[in-house]
Ligand binder design. Structure first.
Ligand code: TTP
Length: 393
């Protein structure tokens, strides 16, 4: 079976983290987001990966190369995101067999992908709390006969999760009409597959779409918790690792450091002395966390420095960020209500009572900077010493 992995999107809701990195390449535990899905497809027995790329395509090509984990990799380019059928159509010339379509910004539990592949043709389904917001499955016994978009009074809470396996013949059906919202949509291709094939559904045990920065935190919470602790780097005798902590080869943990897992300290990272790292934290390659720093439940991307006396909680720091001494992230509102963030110009609740900041690549904060909960700093922002930043920059 071939797997078409959609990885062309820019991820505008994930800005500024996607200023230089396509969303599917953002880090989730020890690999890029979309590599979790590629790995699940390989574990399920796919014999070819076809990556649909577009925005910052080179980052994807560089990571996967011509062969990934023993499986040949082909690329198809989608320059404009005109819809999911349009994206799969970009891969047309590579398709010659049954094929799976998986989304490079969704996380699936690998066992469900295996089950999907074993029951082809099929689609994935998920039990949603509010099915009226989704495409709800119409079933006849075990067979899916259609998907109704956002019905007012659905009979079931089973909604389509997007990922599917289509018969090879469907490659000829990708040239669909534009939908009402002006896109070429895979759902229209699926309608024909439902009519001409017995399509089954696989209920996903766990699934999430990663669209906004706090969902990147959630994705990391999921995948960091799945890592087994191991120490390959150097850990000083007077440092303490509690719970599942991975210290990769080439990472250094100095005396007086406490790391509470789940945590992943990647190769080349340097922590301490006397630092406290806790709760689902990823410290990327070459990250430096210095004396007296506390980092909690955060994603800190490659090359970022938080060198001294700073606090970072429930935050996502991009690449090559530098925090001045005593930079403090506030991650809790006095009124205890969920922290909001501005996403594409709209204030949105993150649903998280504890939520810190999102910092774009290359940002530098002056000493004693205070950052309010939910603040987003664009790539390359500079703050002055002693500044209190309550609004996005
Ligand atoms: P979206 O989340 O709609 O788009 P995006 O990933 O660029 O993010 P944002 O909305 O924040 O800008 O896309 C959902 C998935 O479908 C994602 O895996 C990308 C894929 N997709 C394509 O590959 N091509 C397309 O034309 C469209 C519309 C989506």
């Amino acid at each position: 079976m071939q797997t078409v992995l959609l990885a062309a999107g820019e991820g505008t809701r994930m800005r500024p983290l996607t200023a230089h990195t396509p969303k599917p390449m953002l880090p989730v535990a020890d690999r890029p987001l979309c590599a979790h899905t590629a790995d699940a497809a390989i574990a399920a027995g796919t014999d070819e990966l076809i990556l649909v790329v577009g925005y910052e395509a080179d980052a994807v090509r560089e990571y996967f190369g011509e062969e990934y984990r023993g499986v040949p990799v082909k690329y198809a380019t989608q320059d404009q995101q005109l819809g999911t059928a349009h994206a799969v159509r970009a891969a047309y010339e590579h398709l010659d067999d049954d094929f799976a379509v998986l989304y490079g910004d969704d996380l699936y539990d690998p066992a469900s992908i295996q089950e999907l592949f074993e029951n082809a043709p099929g689609i994935t389904a998920y039990r949603a709390e509010n099915p009226s917001n989704y495409g709800v499955l119409d079933t006849d016994g075990e067979r899916v006969v259609g998907v109704t978009e956002k019905p007012e009074n659905p009979d079931t809470d089973l909604v389509s999760a997007g990922a599917c396996v289509l018969p090879g013949e469907a490659r000829e059906w990708l040239d669909v009409e534009q939908s009402e919202r002006g896109e070429y949509e895979l759902t229209d291709v699926l309608d024909r597959v439902f009519a001409e094939y017995e399509v089954s559904y696989t209920e996903l045990d766990r699934w999430m779409g990663v669209g906004r920065p706090w969902e990147l935190l959630e994705a990391n919470e999921w995948k960091l918790a799945a890592l087994d602790g191991r120490v390959e780097g150097e850990v000083a005798e007077r440092a303490e690792l509690r719970g599942p902590v991975v210290v990769e080869e080439g990472a250094h943990i100095e005396p007086g450091v406490v790391v509470e897992g789940p945590a992943l300290i990647r190769s080349g990272a340097h922590v301490g002395p006397n630092a406290y790292v806790r709760g689902a934290t990823l410290l990327g390659e070459e990250v430096r966390v210095g004396n007296g720093v506390e980092i909690k439940n955060s994603v800190v991307m490659a090359g970022t420095h938080v060198p001294h006396l700073s606090y970072v909680g429930d935050s996502v720091l991009g690449r090559e960020v530098n925090f001045g001494a005593n930079t403090t992230v506030a991650n809790l509102r006095h009124d205890d209500s969920p922290v909001k963030q501005t996403v594409k110009g709209e204030r949105v609740s993150t649903g998280r009572r504890k939520y810190g900041v999102v910092v774009g690549d290359g940002t530098k904060t002056g000493v004693h900077t205070t950052l309010y909960p939910g603040v987003v700093l664009d790539a390359g922002t500079r703050t002055e010493p002693d500044e209190t930043v309550a609004r996005d920059r």
